[in-house]
Design a binder for this molecule. Structure first.
Ligand code: GRG
Length: 308
């Protein structure tokens, strides 16, 4: 069955119905994640409860939605994209659990709830992150390979996005930049890795699940890169313009931790302009889809306007 981005996903006015798409994607992803993860009672129950606690804490599921939307743009099926949508959410959740640890950002709240280590203790939180990262590769190894994309290609894609040259590199550079004045080029380096790498990987994996052409993969890569950068600029803006209640995590943490952000370097207005420009570049990347990438377009617009 192909992913609906036409028909029932059209609102009565004929525009793409993003809320309906997001609700259906979230429901499908939550059900699939529930199937992939060991049940909370499975021994050792503590680790499975901790993994599930953060995974089902109410994240926005943007990476899975991007993965499913990319598959739809390439004419793929939900059944083929869903495992990879779950994989990117497992890696994302692992990174949040570890980011919140006392040795990293030391945060008490995430996704509107106490952070994993506050509930389960530091040791179990570290292990819950480790187990979610490993779970991601277990699920990826069982997904359906496609003529152009073998399991090896898919697993390499994930390992590179999550490894010490991308996601981990971003976190290292972020930690090392704390309390320092860094140039905008270094901030871009951090954002490319800590945020954009996994978003770009999400859309690329969606495309791969649909056996996309090399030209489509290139377009998705360009789209994911720019949406990923915009996502982080918006995240920095929200950190200073929204409340902790709205964000579900401690607001104002960046300036408190003397973190370099776009607003701190170029100001709020210029940051908004940068986020808009990056989103326009993301739209431009979708040209080769000739209007077939409606869900990706709607998601990029939604991410630019998001308030949490
Ligand atoms: C620990 C290896 C390692 C990496 C951590 C994810 C991360 C890197 C740090 C968390 C802080 C941060 C600002 C990361 C950038 C990505 C980002 C904005 C994450 C929040 O993503 P959302 O808003 O969160 O999609 P939900 O909870 O909705 O899934």
């Amino acid at each position: 069955m192909s992913i609906k981005t036409k028909g029932t996903d059209r609102s009565p006015s004929g525009a793409f119905d993003l809320p309906a798409f997001l609700a259906a994607a979230t429901e499908a992803v939550n059900q699939a994640l529930d199937r992939y993860l060991p049940a909370a009672k499975v021994r050792p129950a503590t680790i499975h409860r901790a993994m599930r606690y953060s995974l089902f804490a109410g994240g926005k599921r943007m990476r899975p939605a991007l993965c499913l939307a990319a598959a739809a743009a390439c004419g793929g099926s939900q059944a083929d994209a869903l495992p990879l949508a779950c994989v990117v959410e497992c890696i994302h959740t692992y990174s949040l659990i570890h980011d919140d640890l006392p040795g990293m950002d030391n945060d008490d709240y995430r996704r509107g709830k106490l952070t994993n280590h506050k509930v389960f203790g530091e040791g179990i939180a570290i292990l819950a992150g480790d187990a979610l990262l490993t779970q991601a590769f277990e699920v990826a190894a069982q997904c359906r390979s496609r003529p152009r994309y073998s399991h090896q290609t898919i697993i390499l894609e994930l390992a590179r996005a999550a490894g010490s040259l991308q996601l981990v590199a971003g976190q290292v550079a972020d930690l090392e930049a704390e309390g320092k004045k860094i140039p905008a080029s270094q901030l871009r380096y951090i954002h490319e890795r800590k945020t954009s790498a996994l978003l770009r990987c999400s859309v690329r994996l969606g495309g791969m699940s649909a056996n996309c052409t090399p030209a489509q993969l290139k377009a998705l890569t360009d789209f994911g890169y720019h949406v990923g950068l915009a996502f982080q600029v918006i995240d920095d803006i929200l950190d200073i313009t929204q409340t902790s209640e709205k964000l579900g995590k401690t607001a104002g943490k960046d300036s408190k931790a003397q973190k370099a952000t776009y607003p701190s370097i170029v100001g709020l207005e210029k940051s908004r302009q940068i986020a808009q420009d990056l989103t326009h570049r993301a739209f431009a990347a979708l040209k080769p889809f000739h209007g077939q990438a409606v869900a990706l377009e709607a998601l990029a617009q939604f991410l630019l306007k998001r308030d949490r």
